[in-house]
Design a protein around this ligand. Structure first.
Ligand SMILES: C=C(O[C@@H]1C=C(C(=O)O)C=C[C@H]1O)C(=O)O
Length: 369
């Protein structure tokens, strides 16, 4: 099912050329810092929108919580100096009002605000009757409906220059990322609403400069419309997120390295070969489905035996044996360990679901096995 959002054509207001690049400091710190940064990053003529944080939601108190209202005019002036629109994050109605008073061109709702429907509704109400583009960052937890809900609330308030920003998700798992990308969520959003522009924020996903290029390139290969990359004229003295802000020179290097690929090609050799290969994939998928169906038939049979003999559904030893053996086989076949483990997990969940159905297929009035 597609989302029923009434949104303006992204090519008219935002995506003149892929990727749209939004850049600027994590936080506006001083009038000189924002102006210097903006002048230096725009010398490559590749920046479309200037960003700068004014109010910073910090996890713990006593770290830099943003310069506040005074920074709005510095941000706007810096944008005017390079003739580009400026964007900042809002978290409540007062922020919206101050941004509008200072002619900020674009607003975004941060990940910690998107999680709260009350906060999003307050912002949407403050925006009623205002024609301004708004981006919604994904909520910090991987809940697609919260993300969609925020977009719907803004759309219902009359905002139709809408976009989403993918900044990754908080996760307990230790990984090289600051926020797990979980690419499947923005992909699902894109499927549900193909017209919605999606911008990737590699700075918050990566959390460090060295991963910025890889994450940015992946976002473009997943057909995202643009990138929001934090930059600072001197990242080592930045008051917030110093490790993930990039210098103007490094920003240009990253942008120049990016490859923009197209979703199709008119080259006949390419399309013929692709069709051939896809026909083989279609057959293999059919085989996989048949095999899964046979496996699940057996699972149900085993379920009935277990039921007759009063044996539990979950058999940890057998399952551990399966994981050990199948990961060994998969590795020999050149498949990734992570892939096969995830696949087996889903298969096991389905086995348990089916056997639970078999076990419960009786009522207190009479066994219908
Ligand atoms: C099918 C069984 O039940 C469960 C499902 C399994 C499977 O999908 O292969 C394995 C072990 C059990 O946790 C079984 O006991 O063999």
């Amino acid at each position: 099912m597609k989302l029923n959002l009434n949104i303006a054509n992204k090519k008219e207001w935002l995506v003149k050329e892929v990727p749209v690049i939004i850049s600027g400091p994590c936080s506006v710190e001083s009038e000189e810092q924002v102006l210097d940064t903006v002048q230096q990053i725009t010398s490559n003529n590749r920046i479309d929108i200037i960003r700068g944080g004014i109010w910073k939601p910090r996890t713990r108190p006593n770290s830099f919580e943003g310069i506040g209202e005074v920074g709005l005019s510095w941000l706007k002036k810096a944008g005017e100096a390079v003739n580009l629109p400026v964007a900042t994050e809002v978290a409540n109605a007062e922020h919206v009002e101050l941004c509008l008073k200072n002619n900020i061109d674009i607003l975004w709702i941060g990940a910690r605000t998107t999680v709260s429907p009350f906060a999003v509704q307050e912002i949407a109400d403050a925006l009623k009757g205002v024609d301004i583009p708004i981006f919604v960052k994904n909520p910090i937890n991987p809940d697609l409906n919260l993300w969609i809900g925020a977009l719907e609330r803004l759309n219902a308030a009359g905002i139709n220059r809408l976009g989403a920003i993918h900044r990754g998700f908080s996760s307990f798992d230790k990984s090289s990322y600051r926020n797990a990308p979980m690419w499947e969520l923005p992909i699902e959003l894109k499927i549900l609403c193909p017209d919605l522009p999606i911008i990737c924020d590699p700075s918050h996903i990566a959390g460090s400069r060295d991963l910025l290029y890889t994450v940015s390139q992946k976002a473009l290969d997943l057909e995202m419309d643009g990138l929001m990359i934090e930059s600072h004229f001197n990242p080592s003295i930045a008051k917030s997120d110093a490790e993930q802000q990039v210098s103007p020179d490094d920003l240009t290097i990253i942008i120049n390295q990016l490859k923009v690929r197209t979703s199709g090609s008119s080259n006949k050799d390419f399309t013929n070969k692709l069709e051939e290969l896809r026909a083989v994939i279609d057959e293999l998928d059919q085989e996989l489905i048949n095999k899964f169906a046979s496996r699940m038939d057996l699972i149900e049979k085993i379920g009935s035996f277990k039921k007759e003999n009063g044996v539990t559904i979950l058999q940890i030893e057998r399952w551990e044996e399966i994981i050990k053996n199948r990961t060994f086989l998969a590795e020999k076949a050149g498949l990734s360990n992570d892939f096969i483990k995830k696949l087996l997990e889903i298969v096991h969940q389905e086995s348990i679901r089916l056997q639970t159905k078999v076990m419960n297929n009786s009522s207190i009035l009479g066994d219908s096995k």
